[in-house]
Write a protein that binds this ligand. Structure first.
Ligand SMILES: [Zn+2]
Length: 289
């Protein structure tokens, strides 16, 4: 199989490059959004073929977005990682080419300046660390890692996850190495890139806003997992920390960005992964242009 060139966008002077770790129809996607059955998805034809397959199943991806702003290489969300013991079979002790793919996209791990995690869940923190001998060490030695303080305060006190000890193997080693900046919502990575509070899926969940030369974009994080939630914002994930808050955040987000010239990057949206939210009857859809 020949390598697929990464997708790349320009927002003013900022570039965003997508590097995919997984993209498929999986049990995990179905578990993420249990209301999104083939029957319930059928009326929303605009989701096919990119986001729903011919059999009516959800297509999702786990990818990172590489943001270049003001000379800084910024990695937004670090996917699953290699070698991590996880209960989900497709996530368990992976051996993927992610770091080589990052380097090929112009982000060799030694030259990454910032790592931003929209939230501290195992599919967003995995490549924070890598296995060297029998130790988990920070993958990006020259980077400051930007974590939401509210998420760290929650995770630090939480029992070990049933999915696998992602706090222990992917977050604590970064904090212990002194590479973590625990920040408040609104934190500015550069004057073109900042965090926007979107709590609910996790206590300190953030989205990433980009504005440059009059052009605008936003990276959702997991305030929505799939574009189907534009048609049905009421469909929730069982993994939401606070379902009511997550729903309110999702509705606010849609109200803020619908029918605006803002490119919306979904953190789990399958290829082409980005579009504009537009009104569609009494709900919304993702316009791909
Ligand atoms: Zn996720």
């Amino acid at each position: 199989m020949s390598p697929v060139p990464p997708q790349r966008w320009r927002i003013g002077a900022v570039t965003v490059t997508r590097v995919i770790e997984t993209e498929d129809v999986s049990m995990t996607a179905a578990a993420m959004l249990p209301d999104a059955t083939p029957e319930n998805l059928a009326p929303h034809g605009w989701l096919r073929p990119h986001f729903v397959d011919a059999a009516g199943r959800l297509v999702t991806s786990i990818h990172t977005l590489l943001v270049e702003s003001r000379g800084l290489r910024i990695v937004v969300d670090t996917c699953l990682g290699n070698d991590k013991p996880r209960i989900v079979p497709q996530w368990n002790r992976r051996q993927g080419s992610f770091l080589a793919d990052l380097a090929a996209a112009g982000f060799p791990r030694e030259r990454v300046d910032r790592v931003v995690c929209t939230h501290l869940h195992p599919d967003h923190v995995g490549w924070n660390t890598m296995l060297v001998g029998d130790h988990w060490v920070p993958t990006f030695p020259a980077a400051r890692y930007v974590f939401s303080a509210a998420d760290w305060n929650w995770l630090d006190r939480a029992p070990v996850s049933a999915l696998g000890d992602f706090a222990g193997d992917s977050v604590r080693p970064v904090v212990a190495a002194g590479l973590a900046d625990l920040v408040a919502p609104g934190y500015q990575v550069t004057d073109e890139v900042w965090l926007e509070p979107t709590p609910g899926h996790s206590p300190g969940h953030v989205s990433v806003r980009i504005a440059s030369a009059g052009e605008h974009a936003v990276i959702t994080g997991d305030l929505m997992h799939h574009p189907a939630q534009l048609a049905r914002p009421d469909w929730s994930s069982p993994f939401d920390y606070d379902k009511a808050r997550a729903l309110a955040t999702r509705k606010d987000f849609i109200a803020r960005y619908a029918d605006q010239p803002v490119l919306v990057f979904g953190t789990h949206f399958a290829t082409p992964s980005a579009g504009r939210i537009v009104r569609d009857g009494d709900a919304w859809r993702l316009a791909l242009d």
